[in-house]
Write a protein that binds this ligand. Structure first.
Ligand SMILES: C[S@@+](CC[C@H](N)C(=O)[O-])C[C@H]1O[C@@H](n2cnc3c(N)ncnc32)[C@H](O)[C@@H]1O
Length: 390
């Protein structure tokens, strides 16, 4: 059955009311900005770091409340939306991603922290960097922080790069190093030599003043990282504190690997949004983080990468790989389990997929997306496919 509730009807926002008996057709999920504002979609740790391709956390919440799995899996874990929502509801979760940076994000979002130590770490390191920048003669010399990394030298002004490298040099002294790495990465993203309107996929460094469409004036590329390091330090602390109020002791497992062959444990549900063909390069969008943090790159195993295009051949290769992922999932899903897939399948590639990998399509739901978290793209319809094992 396909549902697509009338758009004019009031969208559903009473998420806590969803129970296993809530009928899907009762839910109008066609939210507009005013129904589900960005600040709610990006609450607490969901906005710890920009990530292109995230889904709305409230969707994960609805399906978790409806199906109440003991263990939910997201084979394409991304920035960890399913894992964070599952944990808040006390449900165990498993997330897998081929991108090391995304696994770092999932971990930082879902870890348990001693908030006293976390605050001390975050404030101490930023204070050291501030002092070092203000009084270079009295501190570890910033000039010793040379790098031969061509990407970093190309994409950052010398001053910004020194500040980032200076921050990085202190990270090993702290307990919550992964949080500091995320602050460093987020600051690096903002302090690249880019225009303000093209932070997602800038093509080449912007080294001269430019006409800024975002601010309707002439803007200057930044040469400063310290302001971002300071701002994101406080923001990160606030967000982790906020999530810690609702965080539970439910188990979170993160697998860095290829979902086609990952060894998933026994699971009762899957809630996922697969990469789509030729749309996004998931490693490339966080390239600065890979370069600064020296993370392993496995982009050859990235399914549907934009760099591989969206030709007929790329589509065939893509769906064959997605098939392998769901065949792998099928082996560890309980016989009463459920799979929820969010996909904007504009090429109809998922049409016959369920039966090919041992599932049957139970329900299909269409949702009008007029503003996805972090996406600049225009309106489109997203499908929610609900499968059960055959
Ligand atoms: C659409 S995003 C998922 C976003 C996620 N739902 C969220 O809200 O953050 C798809 C993810 O699949 C990952 N991916 C691509 N190929 C993969 C593979 N072979 N195995 C595991 N993950 C892969 C990408 O790195 C990306 O993070």
């Amino acid at each position: 059955m396909t549902y697509n509730p009338v758009y004019e009807r009031e969208p559903f926002t009473d998420f806590e009311q969803v129970t296993p008996s809530t009928p899907l057709e009762a839910l109008n999920l066609n939210w507009r900005e005013r129904d589900l504002p960005e600040r709610i979609r990006t609450k607490h740790v969901h906005r710890l770091h920009p990530y292109l391709g995230k889904f709305v956390p409230q969707l994960a919440e609805i399906f978790l409340r409806k199906y109440q799995p003991k263990v939910v899996c997201d084979p394409f874990g991304g920035s960890g939306t399913t894992l964070v929502e599952a944990n808040a509801l006390g449900l165990d979760s498993v997330g897998c991603d081929i991108s090391a940076f995304n696994c770092l994000l999932m971990k930082v979002k879902t870890d348990r922290y001693d908030l006293f130590v976390l605050e001390r770490d975050i404030l101490d390191i930023i204070e050291k960097v501030r002092l070092g920048v203000a009084f270079p003669l009295f501190s570890k010399s910033l000039d010793d922080l040379d790098t031969d990394n061509e990407y970093l030298k190309r994409w950052f002004a010398p001053k910004a790069l020194r500040e980032l490298l200076y921050y990085r040099s202190f990270i090993p002294n702290y307990r919550y190093q992964d949080v500091l790495k995320v602050i460093l990465s987020r600051s690096a993203r903002s302090s690249r030599l880019t225009t303000h309107f093209d932070l997602d996929f800038p093509k080449s460094p912007q080294t001269t003043p430019y006409e800024c469409y975002k601010h309707s004036r002439i803007c200057q590329p930044t040469d400063d990282a310290l302001q971002f390091l300071s701002r994101y330090s406080l923001d990160t602390l606030r967000r982790i504190r906020e999530f810690s109020q609702i965080r539970t002791d439910a188990k979170v497992t993160i697998l860095h690997g290829d979902a086609r062959e990952a060894a998933f444990p026994e699971i009762d549900a899957v809630i996922t949004s697969p990469p789509y063909v030729g749309l996004i390069d998931y490693h490339e969008q966080h390239r600065y983080a890979y370069e600064l943090l020296d993370l392993p790159i496995r982009n050859e195993q990235e399914i549907g990468a934009a760099s591989k295009g969206s030709s007929k051949r790329a589509q065939e290769a893509y769906i064959a790989q997605i098939e392998q992922v769901f065949s792998n999932i099928r082996k560890c899903l309980n016989k009463n389990g459920v799979v929820v897939i969010l996909v904007h399948d504009k090429n109809g590639l998922y049409k016959d997929l369920a039966s090919q990998v041992g599932f049957r399509l139970k329900e299909k739901y269409e949702r009008h997306v007029n503003r996805r978290t972090g996406r600049r793209a225009g309106d489109f319809f997203e499908e929610i496919l609900i499968w059960e094992p055959k």
